[in-house]
Ligand binder design. Sequence first.
Ligand code: ZN
Length: 71
Amino acid sequence: MSLFSDPNGVAPVKCSRAGCGEPAHFELVWRNPKIHTDGRTKTWLACGEHREFLVDYLSSRGFLLETKAME
Ligand SMILES: [Zn+2]
């Protein structure tokens, strides 16, 4: 099951890195405590190439909660 959901149910599963259209293989679950004060989380999708970049970006800010490999 993917945490990534689209209202139309047709979202392509693509990397969240700007300018990257590669298929995503990882889910990065994160939360900004200043914005997401109600416990909601956000999910970014990452291809293999950008997983490390996005993980570093989120973890350096203390936002990263979890990294999952997608099916
Ligand atoms: Zn990518």
